[in-house]
Design a protein around this ligand. Structure first.
Ligand code: F6R
Length: 605
């Protein structure tokens, strides 16, 4: 949440900051601002409410620039969406941007008597006031003293008066990467803003004072010792982070799924069999565990539910799926016999990170299924399966979910073989079936026009229900989340057999119900449940496998996935659900990539 960019170098900084903020906008788009150090050392701050475009338009009419500057795009936490609450914040000799939440801001205000000097409602300005109070001409000493008093998560990007040639950064939890290039030094909340200038970067370590100069970057720990960062190399290019003919990003990312899944599974196959050696995961990592504990949020948690439905019946060990924000404050019944799998696109979700730490405290080994290389969750886990989906810019997750599912299939196949549940040949066949789902997704994408028709009823509805059993129920949850987050239509997913215990009271003439019957072992049961809603006037969109023989009048629209095996219906089914959400949002004229109130990478509790 929130995006920060900073630059020191020979180029003019204003456009670098504005361009970087556009790249980071998916992290927050309530308001945006920049601070530029002029050649005389004075600091020029500009802010605008709304999207970065507003700030760009505003700045294009103004004549200021420099070679050192910081910028911020905001997802509001403390205080409303106003110009005053927009970063950068300036207090005395300190100008800064912040990503995170300062939890003890109120006690700092009281203890230091800051009430009268604050112009915003933000916790950030309180931190700026504290940095300023602690600043006696030595920025590093000031940072050390200030972070001792701060509680919460933060990534600060700071300009101190009198130090016009550099930017300081310090962080705890909230992410920040930096890169020293031939053309100056950059830092940003994530790589999408840096990759245009360099493929080499490093993740700024926590509690490290990082100082950007035009020709190098210095890092010191809190005792003043020099720190050498681990330099990483990006494995995707700028094109991946651009729309490439698609508009918006979400449609591009939906279409990238076949390729993303291929990139996820192909390098992990040796003679057609899953192998995680190249990921640094020991061959026996899954052998002796008695349970799996999945911890994740939102879509990633729903991927975990599919993982449970794939792994439990085959491996026959319990798989518990936990909402990370609950798990972190619970008393988990796990130990070294449990493998915890944390799932996260960004690798920075704060609740998932806290869940990871809690699982480790309990003695559980942690495997992360993560998309962003070098992210905090990846670094803190015992093992990492990178999902290799490339950058995902639309706030609503699509391809990152598919590759999370693909990772669970790989794990399931691998565990089954290692435990002697499947022979090598059976494992190979299992993987071949996974591979065939890629073509099935392409089929759905090639025939997407039919889905456009399906959404006509949904886009004018107030409520929409998703029902299914078993694996279908797991997909329903993701379908319902996708629809509500980008179309603002109230949507709920229900286990189909559960409806008649209350929810069916909400079904009336014309209410859209997206019903799944892709699982043979509960096909008839699902069809009965669908009849129950149809009998009450629901507009039913039914999703089945391609050869399903469906009863007459059971639905108003029938969509199929070209898959024969129950276990593999997920990936193409989900592509249908993503397209339903996408076309609904488009037909309502909404901002598909940047739905209201949301942001990518949820780094606050
Ligand atoms: C839904 C969505 C969120 C994320 C959740 C976890 O489209 O984007 O529900 O899935 O915030 O994010 P990550 O995967 O980054 O941990």
């Amino acid at each position: 949440m929130c995006g920060i960019i900073g630059y020191v170098g020979p180029s003019k900084v204003k456009n670098i900051l504005l361009q970087g903020l556009s790249q980071l906008e998916y992290r927050g788009y309530d308001s945006a601002g920049i601070a530029v150090v002029g050649d005389d050392g004075s600091i020029h701050v500009e802010k605008q409410v709304g999207q970065v475009k507003n700030l760009k338009d505003h700045c294009s009419t103004m004549d200021f620039d420099g070679h050192v500057g910081i910028g911020h795009t905001r997802w509001a936490t403390h205080g409303g969406v106003t110009r005053e609450n927009t970063h950068p914040h300036k207090q005395g000799k300190v100008t800064l941007c912040h990503n995170g939440i300062i939890e003890n801001y109120q006690s700092i205000i009281t203890a230091h008597g800051f009430e009268s000097q604050l112009v915003s409602e933000t916790d950030t300005e309180v931190a700026a006031a504290l940095f300023n109070e602690n600043f006696n001409g030595d920025p590093e000493e000031c940072i050390r003293k200030t972070v001792n008093e701060l509680e919460g998560s933060y990534a600060f990007c700071i300009i101190f008066e009198g130090f016009a040639d550099r930017i300081y950064c310090v962080r705890n939890v909230s992410p920040m990467v930096a890169s020293s290039t031939k053309n100056g030094s950059l830092l940003a909340s994530d790589l999408t803003a840096v990759i245009r200038y360099s493929r080499r970067y490093f993740v700024i370590p926590e509690y490290t004072i990082t100082v950007l100069y035009d020709d190098h970057i210095d890092l010191f720990d809190m005792d003043g010792n020099t720190v050498t960062p681990d330099i990483l190399e990006v494995n995707w290019d700028m094109e991946s982070a651009q729309k490439g003919g698609y508009d918006p990003f979400m449609l591009k990312e939906i279409h990238e799924q076949p390729e993303a899944i291929r990139k996820n599974i192909t390098p992990r196959l040796v003679n057609g069999i899953p192998n995680f050696e190249a990921d640094g995961i020991p061959a026996d990592a899954f052998d002796h565990i008695k349970a799996i504990n999945v911890v994740a949020c939102g879509t990633a948690m729903y991927a975990g539910m599919v993982g449970k439905a794939i792994i439990e019946p085959v491996i026959k060990i319990p798989v518990q799926v936990n909402i990370a924000s609950e798990f972190r404050y619970s008393t988990p019944l796990i130990d070294s016999d449990t493998l915890t799998i944390v799932v996260s696109q960004s690798g920075e979700t704060i609740d998932t990170l806290a869940g990871l730490r809690k699982a480790k405290e309990c003695g559980s080994k942690v495997l992360a299924i993560v998309n962003v290389k070098g992210s905090t969750i990846a670094r803190e886990s015992d093992y990492v399966l990178y999902t290799h989906a490339g950058p995902e810019i639309a706030v609503a997750i699509t391809k990152a979910y598919s590759v999370q599912l693909a990772s669970f299939y790989l794990i399931s196949g691998y565990m089954a073989m290692r435990r002697g549940i499947k022979t090598v040949e059976e494992t190979r066949e299992f993987i071949e079936k996974l591979d065939k789902t890629i073509d099935a997704i392409s089929y759905v994408l090639d025939n997407k026009d039919i889905i456009k028709k399906a959404v006509k009823k949904i886009s004018v509805a107030r409520d929409c229900y998703f029902i299914g059993r078993g694996l279908d129920y797991a997909f329903s949850m993701e379908g319902s989340l996708k629809l509500k987050e980008i179309s603002y239509i109230h949507a709920e997913a229900y286990a189909a057999g559960e409806l008649k215990h209350g929810t069916i009271a909400l079904i009336e003439e014309g209410v859209p119900v997206i019903a799944f019957a892709t699982q043979d072992y509960v096909y008839n049961k699902s069809i009965s449940n669908i009849r129950e809603v149809k009998a009450r006037g629901a507009y039913v969109i039914l999703i089945t496998k391609e050869n399903a023989v469906i009863p007459e009048d059971i639905c108003d629209m029938h969509l199929t996935v070209p898959i024969k095996d129950d276990l593999f219906t997920g990936l193409p089914t989900v592509a249908i659900l993503q397209l339903i959400a996408y076309y609904t949002s488009v037909s309502k004229g909404l901002n598909v990539d940047k739905p209201r109130n949301l942001a990518k990478a949820v780094t606050v509790e």
